[in-house]
Design a protein around this ligand. Structure first.
Ligand SMILES: Cc1ncc(COP(=O)(O)O)c(C=O)c1O
Length: 454
């Protein structure tokens, strides 16, 4: 298409990209666009890149039935007449959400977390909950949020969009390094700044796959107490745990934890429904008290107004069909994803040898969607292109998940999107690619081996 046809004629206003907000030219944004574009260009390549759910699960979804189920609940359990129940679906709704009572019930039944429905805000995916939490908590330029390094792109991008400074904290095999977290808080204070909160995904982080053990969960809460932090707990992959550890929110005795959840992986991402549990008390200058959830809901009223009531009805109906339990709702999917992950790990072992001695060591999470693998050569966009074009396999370079410029020699493999035969075939292709193009002779990143988590 020529420039004129593309609307780029000289008569039209032209904006300098540098005049827009800096987050738009962030390398992370570019790299995600690049990956999508490579996937489009090589449709036959097997892609370990997306953390999206397996699409075979969509076949059995029946949106009309879930909505009907939710309407029946409004009529039968909440005492609404049919017209009012229907209106609830079509009208604007409260910023706090419509299905808070159902989410509170699921948290109580599944997690032993006892919170009032008013302490929950139903958000447009977990992403909106992240944005709102950062917006509400970070009042001044001096406020910081600590995150595990490598970090989930959702938190890194949200912080960038809001000009919130992140403090990267290294990870070990068990997740965020708590000694370094404590030190970061001390360092921030010495620089007249404050770490207000720490963001963690304790159950199988994206992208590293790490999981915080029980003792580390207690220690994290101790660090939060000592350094006056809130903990933003992202539970996106928690449902995949075979032996769930108590969530940070369930262990929280002093109200340090704001839990951020999503229905994207267990129901469907297209509904765009997530939530924030924020039962902390806010004290106003005149002594009046309200919930942190009230402040989050106020901020939401200027962002997305309310989460689609139709989407909330779908998610509400799905929960109701499973006795109000998210764990029941996700049980079969959890088994599926664990099998896919095991297959991915087994296939890597069959093709690449022992993860501890292989030139391409990888970790072995017990849940979640992701495995990280170290390569002896930098894994960048050019290498992804070669991998897709010549070997028919795609993966995600991890360099853009690192906030400090490290991690150039790592790739993330996701098992969630693929069928089992695709995983098997994809690993065979990946092994060919690694042997040909990522040979150990060019070793450059031996200083930071991938931790092998058994
Ligand atoms: C760590 C983490 N949190 C949350 C989400 C889901 O966010 P959303 O509900 O906005 O789709 C994802 C999805 O990739 C994720 O990896």
């Amino acid at each position: 298409m020529d420039e004129q046809a593309a609307g780029l004629s000289s008569h039209r206003v032209e904006l300098a990209e540098v005049s827009l907000h800096g987050s738009l030219t962030d390398p992370v944004v570019d790299s995600m666009n690049f990956l999508n574009e490579v996937m489009d260009r090589y449709p036959d390549a097997i892609s370990f890149a997306p953390g999206a759910p397996y699409e075979g699960f969509f076949d059995s979804l029946d949106i009309a039935r879930y909505i009907e189920r939710y309407l029946a609940y409004l009529r039968d359990e909440r005492g609404l007449d049919a017209a009012r129940a229907r209106r609830m679906l079509f009208q604007y709704g409260p910023s706090r959400g419509r299905i808070n009572e159902l989410v509170a019930r699921a948290l109580r039944v599944d997690e032993g977390i006892d919170v009032a429905p008013e302490a929950i805000v139903v958000t447009v995916g977990c992403q909106e909950a992240l944005v709102l939490a950062l917006r509400v908590l970070c009042a001044s330029r001096a406020d910081r949020v600590a995150v595990a390094n490598p970090a989930y792109v959702g938190i890194a991008g949200a912080a960038r969009l809001l000009d919130v400074r992140l403090v990267p904290v290294g990870e070990d095999a068990d997740g965020i390094d708590l000694g370094r977290l404590a030190q970061s808080c001390v360092d921030a204070r010495a620089a007249n700044a404050a770490v207000r909160a720490v963001y963690v995904a304790p159950d199988f982080a994206n992208p590293s796959g790490t999981r915080l053990g029980l003792a580390a969960r207690h220690r994290l809460l101790d660090v939060a107490e000592r350094h006056d932090l809130l903990v933003l707990e992202d539970t996106a992959y928690r449902f995949t745990a075979e032996d769930p550890l108590p969530s940070l929110k369930a262990l929280d005795r002093t109200g340090r934890v704001v839990q951020l959840g999503t229905f994207a992986k267990v129901c469907m991402p297209g509904a765009r429904v997530g939530y924030a549990v924020a039962d902390q008390t806010l004290r106003a200058a005149d002594g009046r008290r309200r919930l942190l959830a009230d402040a989050i809901a106020s901020a939401k009223s200027y962002l997305t107004v309310n989460t689609s009531p139709l989407s909330q009805a779908v998610i509400g109906g799905m929960l109701l069909e499973h006795g109000g339990s998210l764990r029941e709702l996700s049980r079969a999917k959890a088994v599926w994803y664990r099998r896919s992950l095991r297959l991915l790990l087994d296939a890597l072992g069959r093709h690449l040898g022992d993860p501890g001695t292989s030139p391409w060591p990888w970790n072995a999470p017990e849940g979640g969607f992701f495995v990280q693998l170290a390569t002896p050569v930098p894994a960048d966009g050019d290498l992804v292109e070669v991998s897709a074009r010549e070997y028919g396999v795609l993966w995600t370079p991890m360099r853009d998940f690192y906030l400090d410029g490290t991690g150039a020699n790592r790739i993330r493999l996701s098992c969630s999107y693929l069928t089992r035969p695709q995983i098997e075939e994809g690993v065979a292709r990946l092994a060919g690619f690694l042997r040909d193009r990522c040979r150990p002779a060019a070793v450059t990143d031996r200083a930071t081996p991938v931790p092998v988590v058994r």
